[in-house]
Design a protein around this ligand. Structure first.
Ligand code: DGJ
Length: 328
């Protein structure tokens, strides 16, 4: 009897601790719930990835039902299994802080600066109680990839509003901030200073098409920029632009999405593109399928980017893996 009870509690324990959810997986299942190694839902929205010496770091917004609760960091060796490393950048309990509870930290991205040996995080910051009016870029640093990050400052790059954003490091090691400005009507790019903590005055308008959610990658000397329209949490059509120079001019290629609901980005919105290390021409498109009623339960869409007639195409698939999609 005792033995039976033990077996029963062990089994129920495994299920409630989410063990069943975090079993070995070898595929991405876009739009399905994604659990970490503790069996908890991954809470890393509007996220970005960093690859550093054999480890992937996934940074994202920690969301409550609505609230913005700081920046999380998860680690992985294979991109399928993720371990929660806790809060990379917490909200401040000091009500006078720019990152106090009640404000927003969105779309965090982290890059490594080999000159200063620091990990540098940029994010879209909104001040407590001010909705989306502040439109600022926030910066935080850490000596360790997992943090904790120290909040440094926020500002409007060269005086421009800054909402949805991403970071991009070019082959020569220079870093750039791509950001939605002028109430999201403009998409701009600014080169960062050598320490990656500020923008330089090399700050250019890419286009004025009312686009946001920028995600950028480079292939064979060309820069591809995927963006969404501006419809709040509601999905809309994506587009991809191409340029031979990072600062532009950018030419519209059209909507790269293919398959059911392609015209609504499969109910998602771009956030980041990962060039898969060690693989040729392998890129993962990352998007958020927002659930505005319960933001923490927003889903992740990770899909492969493929090239057809020299142009990027993202085709819906329920299930895929790196091994078969990108064999080389
Ligand atoms: C769209 C943006 O891309 C998101 O990051 C978020 O700011 C929502 N708008 C809020 O409505």
């Amino acid at each position: 009897m005792k033995k039976l009870f033990l077996t029963f509690s062990l089994l129920t324990g495994l299920v409630t601790s989410g063990f069943s959810q975090s079993q070995k997986r070898d595929a991405f299942t876009p739009g399905e719930r994604w659990y970490d190694e503790n069996g908890e839902l991954i809470n890393a929205h509007g996220g970005g990835l960093l690859y550093d010496r054999g480890t992937y770091y996934w940074f994202g917004e920690i969301r409550g039902t609505k609230a913005s609760e700081g920046v999380s960091v998860y680690t992985s060796k294979d991109l399928y299994h993720w371990k929660n490393q806790g809060v990379a950048l917490p909200k401040s309990s000091d009500p006078t802080s720019e990152i106090a509870v009640g404000g927003l930290m969105e779309r965090p991205k982290v890059i490594y600066n080999p000159k200063t040996k620091q990990y540098v995080m940029w994010f879209h910051l909104e001040l407590p109680g001010k909705g989306y009016d502040a439109a600022r870029a926030g910066v935080a640093v850490s000596d360790k990839a997992t943090g904790p990050y120290r909040y440094v400052k926020s500002f409007r790059p060269n005086g421009h509003m800054s909402r949805d954003m991403t970071l991009f490091v070019d082959d020569d090691g220079s870093a750039y901030h791509v950001y939605a400005a002028r109430d999201n009507y403009d998409l701009r790019i600014a080169k960062l200073t050598d320490d990656f903590l500020s923008v330089t005055t090399q700050d250019t308008l890419l286009f004025s098409k009312h686009r946001e959610a920028p995600a950028l990658f480079k292939k064979e000397g060309k820069y591809y920029l995927i963006t969404s329209g501006c419809t709040g949490w509601k999905p809309n059509a994506a587009s991809v632009h191409v340029a031979s120079s990072l600062m532009g001019p950018y030419q519209l290629l059209g909507d790269p999405m293919r398959g059911p609901n392609a015209e609504l980005t499969f109910d998602g919105q771009s956030t980041y593109i990962l060039p898969v290390p060690g693989k040729k021409d392998a890129y993962i498109f990352m998007a958020d399928r927002w659930n505005p009623k319960d933001l923490k339960d927003s889903r992740y869409l990770w899909l492969p980017i493929q090239f057809e007639k020299g142009q990027p195409v993202i085709t819906w698939t329920d299930r895929w893996n790196l091994r078969s999609t990108f064999p080389k």
